[in-house]
Every structure is written in C-alpha cells, then in structure tokens.
Design a protein around this ligand. Structure first.
Ligand code: FAD
Length: 466
C-alpha cells in the first residue's frame, strides 16, 4: 500500500450525504478521511444531478417565458441556441460549486482521498486509486454514503443514441424526436429541458400516471399546460424492444399504446439503484437487502453500530436534502451525540414547467388509506401576482387533519413551487394549524401568500373564531 490513514471517521462517497457528514464530523472535532472515487466532490447531485439539471432548467424556463412575452407586447425574435455555450455555462456552474466543496474540506482539515473504497475488515478500508495505487484506511467509525446509479434497462442495446440522465445532461445534440422512458421526476425534468431546446418528445410510462405519489389534480395541471408541447404521453405502456443503428433507435411498445416508433435519442430514466456492489460489505460483516439498500436505525447505524450509512444507499426517497440531513445525524451519532433522524416529512419537487412540489399526506393517498382529511385549494387565478406573472393556472393545496385542524400535507403547482413548499414543511414540523397559517400575514402580492389564503379556506378560520 502507498500509505496508511488512521481516523475517527472514514466517509465513503463525496456526494451531499458524504460531504455533509464529513464536514459535520470535522466541525465536531473528529479526524475525518473522505473517500471519493471520482476527481470532483459533490456526488451525483452536483456533478450529474440536481445542479446541472437545474442550470439547464433555468435556461429553459427563461426561454419559454421570453416566448410567452410576445403575447404581452415584448418579443425577442427566434432563440438561437448554442449548445457548446450552454454546456460551458453548465460546467462552469458545476465547477464553481465542486471547487467550493474542495475549499470547505481543506478549511476543515478533512483528508480527501480519491479512489474506490472497499471494506478490508470491520475496521478498515482499502482505497484503490485510478492509477492502481492503494491506501489502507483504518477507522473507529465509518459512514457509507456511496449513493446510487441509474438503472440500465436490460433490453436496451448499447448505443450513443440511448442515454441515461448523465448522458442527457451532456447535451450531445438536439434530437428532432426523443423518447423518454419513465415519467418520474428525472424523466419529466429532462423532457422540459429538451422540449425547450426544440425536441419533439414522447414519454412512455409503465404505471397509469406520471409522477407517482403526487395528487392527480396537480399532475393534471402539468398535463394541460404541456398538452401542446409534447408528443405522445403513453401511460400503462412498456417498451418491449429497441433496435439502434447509426441514425436512430426504433422502439416497440406493448400493452397500453402499442406500435413501432423511430427516435433520434432515447433517455432511460426508469429509476436508480444503490451502489452497494463495489463496497465489499461482506468483509465488514454487513449485508445489503435484496435490492442493494443498507438497513439502518434512526441514528443511521447499520447492524454494526460503528458503521453508519446515509443517503440514496439507505433507501427512498433518493433526494439530496434527505442525504444531507442523514449525514448530519450520522456524524453526530458517530461523535456520541444522541441525534436521530426524526423528520416528519421530506418534501419532493419536480422542477418542470410548471413546477410541482409536494410534501406529507396527499389527498389521493389519504383517500386510498380511508383516512379523513380536510383539503383546501387556493386557485392561482385568484392571486394577483400569479395572474400578473402569467401563472394563473397554478394552485396551492393544503391537507389538514380535520380533528386537530393541523396541517399534515400540501402541494403547490406553479413557478417557484419548490421554493415555497418550505413554508408548508416548517408548518408541518411545528405542528401549525389552519389558524396559525391563515392568520400569519404574508406579503402581498406574492405567490407565497397563496399558502395563507389556502389556509383561510379552512372552515371557520375566517368566520367563527373566538
Ligand atoms: P451520491 O450523490 O450518489 O454520491 C455518492 C458518491 O459516492 C459518488 O460521488 C460516488 O462516486 C461515490 N462512491 C460510490 N461508491 C464508492 C466507493 N466504493 N468508493 C469511493 N467512492 C464511491 N435530488 C434532489 O434533492 N433535488 C434535485 O433536484 C435532484 N435532481 C436530480 C437530477 C438528476 C438528473 C439525478 C440523477 C438526481 C437528482 N437528485 C435530486 C437526486 C440526488 O442527486 C441524490 O439523491 C443525491 O445525490 C444522493 O446523495 P448521496 O450522497 O446519497 O449519493
């Protein structure tokens, strides 16, 4: 081995979970080694996930808005899209943030090792560098934050015209016709980007609806607004076969919408799976479950209490903000603190056009469980700011427990929904009720005040209070 390291905490993986855990552990006075197999820190989220996708979505949103302005008296002419420049902008954003992480690691004296970590024993790792060099890292505690990778559908051939989210974010070219396999958040976000670039997009989804887990009335707003933008949205349909050649891919679908269609580019976004395979878990005496997830308790400890795991590798929802919070809990637990993961809710956001954000109990979910809820809905058509912004199609929806009037869920559809859902998250965590929210003075005219207005629709908030 090239050298050995002895540390209080070894963290495997430099994504949002891993760097958050490493930084918190260092702040708590522990000696930390952070191991990342790629050259940059930041994991999927910064390098090939949240950040590059939002960079492109921001550009897409401005382009769409600029086009709509023509109806209001300002037109900019046809957009000229320079893919090289767009790629450079995206890389610059990513580079700035990953460099920032490097600096933060340095400041905290976190030792960053680049290489692939694999357990050698319950208290040590072997780190293999790209050039074949090896290090041994001995640890008192280890935090596994190895994340997840896109699922590769077995019936899809290898072809540069069939990409996953990482390949799609590289913007290889603007396809005239594109198929997106999987109508979840990632698929619909990439549909939004490529749609804005000018691609004609079909979506195929095996389930009978897009964005599972969100109320159907919220998804319906997305569907109506996108009806003219996308080609076919094939629900309850699966891809049966795909044959790729130099110019494109011929895709056969079965069940719902059947037939053969030809595309220039196919994106597979049919889920992600945990990265357990490279970790040598058995050498530590750990096993992952059948799907590859590592089981943990509320302190993020695995079956071996000195080995903790966080982020995508411990299960759904696979979201960066969940990984960050778990990272903090794991670092604090490793430091001997009593911290545990007790979030009531974890919000989700599809940064599509329109944005859809949701959290906690949904109306459809409650109905399916036979749980009584009171739902209030404030249509943005009645919000001055939304109408002025051309977003009168949006909605803010709150879900309450009828017995206590407490808020237990919510959904927002429209621009900035993701930014606004935080208020609903805080209200749920604080045990706020309809009166707390409805009587809170929100600034006017804002999209955010629709949350207060939706709460005022709860029976009695405006009328029969003492
Ligand atoms: P990861 O970010 O996956 O990081 C794990 C790291 O571990 C990787 O860098 C990997 O190289 C490294 N690693 C793995 N095995 C080893 C090993 N043996 N040795 C050394 N290193 C190893 N989430 C959101 O919350 N909001 C969004 O808007 C959002 N958008 C997304 C868009 C796309 C296109 C994608 C793909 C994902 C998106 N996500 C989003 C999900 C988010 O990226 C993940 O939930 C998040 O990155 C998980 O963090 P993590 O720390 O668990 O793992």
């Amino acid at each position: 081995t090239a050298g050995g390291y002895d540390c209080d905490v070894a963290v495997i993986g430099g994504g949002p979970g891993g760097y958050s855990a490493a930084f918190r552990a260092a702040d708590l006075g522990m000696q930390v080694v952070l191991i990342e197999r790629y050259d940059a820190l930041g994991g999927v989220c910064l390098n090939v996930g949240c950040i590059p996708s939002k960079t492109l979505l921001h550009v897409a949103a401005i382009k769409e808005e600029a086009e709509q302005l023509a109806d209001h008296g300002v037109s900019f002419g046809a957009p000229q899209i320079d893919l090289d420049k767009l790629r450079q902008f995206k890389s610059a954003v990513v580079g700035r943030l990953t460099d920032g992480l490097k600096g933060m690691a340095r400041m905290r004296k976190v030792e960053v090792l680049h290489g692939t970590a694999s357990f050698a024993s319950p208290h040590s790792l072997t780190v293999t560098q790209a050039d074949g060099g090896r290090h041994k890292v001995s640890f008192a505690n280890c935090i596994i934050a190895a994340g997840s990778s896109p699922v590769a559908l077995p019936f899809l051939p290898d072809s540069p015209r069939i990409v996953n989210s990482t390949g799609a974010l590289e913007l290889p070219f603007t396809p005239a016709r594109m198929l997106i396999i999987g109508g979840g958040i990632i698929g619909l976000e990439m549909a939004t980007v490529y749609g804005a670039l000018g691609a004609k997009i079909d979506i195929v989804e095996m389930l009978d609806g897009l964005l599972p887990g969100v109320d159907r009335d919220a998804v319906e707003i997305w569907r109506k607004r996108n009806a003219g933008r996308f080609g076919e949205v094939m629900l309850g349909t699966r891809v049966d076969k795909a044959v790729a050649d130099a110019d494109g891919v011929t895709v056969t679908t079965a069940d719902g919408v059947t037939g053969e269609r030809r595309y220039d580019l196919v994106l597979q976004s049919a889920g992600r799976r945990p990265n357990g395979a490279s970790l040598g878990l058995e050498a530590a005496g750990l096993v992952a479950d059948a799907r590859g997830f590592i089981a943990v308790d509320r302190q993020m400890r695995t079956a071996l209490p000195h080995i903790l795991a966080i982020g995508d590798i411990v299960g759904n929802p696979m979201l960066a903000h969940k990984a960050v919070h778990e990272g903090h809990v794991a670092a604090e637990a490793a430091a001997g603190m009593k911290s545990s993961m007790d979030a009531r809710i974890i919000p989700s956001v599809a940064y599509t056009d329109p944005e859809i954000a949701w959290v906690g109990v949904t109306e459809d979910g409650a109905k399916a469980e036979g749980r009584a809820v009171t739902v209030t809905k404030f249509p943005w058509a009645a919000s001055g700011r939304a109408v002025a912004n051309g977003a009168g199609y949006g909605v803010t929806k709150l879900v309450f427990d009828p017995a206590t009037r407490r808020i237990i869920g919510g959904a927002i559809v429209g621009p900035n929904a993701g930014d606004m859902i935080g208020e609903i998250c805080l209200a749920i965590e604080m045990g706020a009720d309809a009166i707390d929210i409805g009587k809170t003075i929100h600034p006017h005219p804002t999209l955010g005040e629709t949350i207060g207005m939706a709460a005022e629709l709860f029976e009695g908030v405006c009328t029969d209070l003492p």
